[in-house]
Design a protein around this ligand. Structure first.
Ligand code: TRP
Ligand code: SF4
Length: 418
């Protein structure tokens, strides 16, 4: 069996990002930033670097139209700094007007990582207290506790078969059924806000490793649609895909200048957006969902302090939100940097910030002021600062950040009931 190119459950995805983007049809984020009234630092700095269909989201932000934010965390260990970026993306989108919904993927942790429900609950609550500490306002749920979600997953499961799952995820006949179930549950997560509250664009910020789920969900969302609406020269065509009896007739009746053919209608003198909206309404009245195809953004991963991925299975690689101060200092002081072998070389050649896990930690989170970050970059390249000094300064920033954050988490934790 050939491994699929992006595997959401592999611990070491080493992906050539640009090649992967081009291959899978992910667009670079830079061109759509001009559409945003306020560009957050994580997009400006290219930490969030790719997207599918972000334009409808940017428009919704700009015009104050309704849209949803949905994303999730698998509670397979304590949350750590590697999760902070996604949490910030969540909070930012909600501040930009999104109705937020965050899922704790305990079904996935149980099925794929073999965690007990008790552990899932404990870790899940920790993730939620981080989110609330950042100021999140919105809905949250645990997959295992959400019956409506599970019903939706079952329905979505009628739209996918095992050969598709093998093609996307490399599943084999030995793959546990619960693993497949956790995949379709994630599909249901992504569609859930639209089912609960009605169709609207949905942004799903994720790491690149989650793209297979995004592709699968976008396909399933389309399969649920009863109609295909397309703009043609001078008219809007509405084609029935699996519309029940009478639904196409209802579309015809909704617009005055309409010609009905076998399986489709052509509408003249109507704006495509108006037709799309009406068609969605008709789908809902005939028992459908009228889904918008979900949009996504892709962020880079904060590298672990030892290089590679920041992963809860490699203790030296991550800093958890519960890390004692001494351990934080120790981990930062032993982190892999982009420094040279000797002090003389460092002074002569300068360091390599792009290869430095601490520079990236500063870029991702610890130095939000662009000028201050540029100064670190300059001093490093110019050999004006030693790694020892730079590590110490970074350690101070991390300690200060965690102290403040932990206090906020403790306050938030008291409000969480699961
Ligand atoms: N699979 C995701 C992870 O491993 C968690 C997740 C579950 C998720 N449901 C989701 C992410 C829906 C985005 C959208 O982290
Ligand atoms: Fe990294 Fe700082 Fe050393 Fe540069 S000086 S390589 S940024 S630790």
């Amino acid at each position: 069996m050939t491994e699929p190119q992006i595997n959401p459950w592999s611990s070491t995805p080493s992906l050539d990002i640009e090649k992967t983007f081009a291959e899978f049809g992910i667009d670079p984020i830079a061109p759509v930033l001009a559409e945003l009234p306020d560009v957050p630092y994580f997009m400006r700095r290219g930490i969030v670097l790719g997207h599918r269909d972000y334009l409808p989201i940017a428009r919704a932000i700009k015009t104050h139209a309704p849209f949803y934010l949905l994303t999730g965390f698998m509670p397979s260990g304590h949350p750590h700094l590697g999760h902070l970026l996604l949490m910030k993306e969540i909070v930012w989108h909600v501040q930009q007007g999104a109705t937020g919904c965050v899922t704790i993927a305990d079904r996935e942790a149980y099925a794929v990582r073999g965690l007990s429900w008790e552990k899932c609950r404990e870790y899940g609550k920790e993730y939620l207290s981080c989110l609330y500490a950042l100021g999140y306002k919105g809905e949250t749920y645990f997959q295992s506790k959400n019956n409506r979600l599970k019903d939706l997953a079952f329905e979505a499961a009628t739209k996918v078969n095992f050969s598709e799952l093998s093609a996307i995820y490399g599943f084999t006949p030995e793959t546990a059924l619960a693993h497949a179930d956790s995949v379709i549950t994630q599909v249901a997560d992504i569609l859930y806000p639209q089912v609960e509250k009605g169709p609207a664009p949905t942004i799903v910020p994720v790491g690149i490793d989650q793209d297979p789920h995004i592709r699968l969900t976008r396909g399933i969302a389309n399969k649920f649609r009863m109609f295909l609406v397309e703009e043609r020269e001078g008219l809007v065509s509405v084609r029935a895909k699996n519309a029940p009896e009478g639904a196409l007739e209802a579309v015809k009746k909704a617009f005055p200048h309409t010609k009905k053919y076998e399986g489709h209608v052509d509408i003249k003198d109507a704006a495509c957006a108006d037709v799309s909206a009406k068609v969605r309404e008709i789908e809902l009245s005939f028992g459908g969902y009228g889904f918008y195809t979900p949009s996504s953004t892709y962020h880079q991963f904060l590298p672990g302090l030892t290089g590679g991925k920041m992963s809860s299975s490699v203790p030296e690689s991550f800093i958890s939100f519960f890390e004692p101060e001494a351990a934080v200092r120790k981990k930062v002081m032993s982190a892999l940097t982009g420094g040279r072998m000797t002090l003389e070389e460092q002074k002569r050649l300068g360091g390599e910030p792009e290869k430095c896990t601490l520079y990236l930690l500063n870029m991702f989170h610890m130095v939000t002021d662009d000028a201050a970050l540029a100064e670190i970059h300059r001093k490093c390249r110019a050999g004006e600062i030693t790694c020892g000094q730079c590590k110490k300064e970074t350690a101070e920033r991390v300690v200060a950040f965690l102290k403040d954050f932990k206090e906020k988490m403790d306050v938030a934790a008291e409000t969480i009931e699961v």
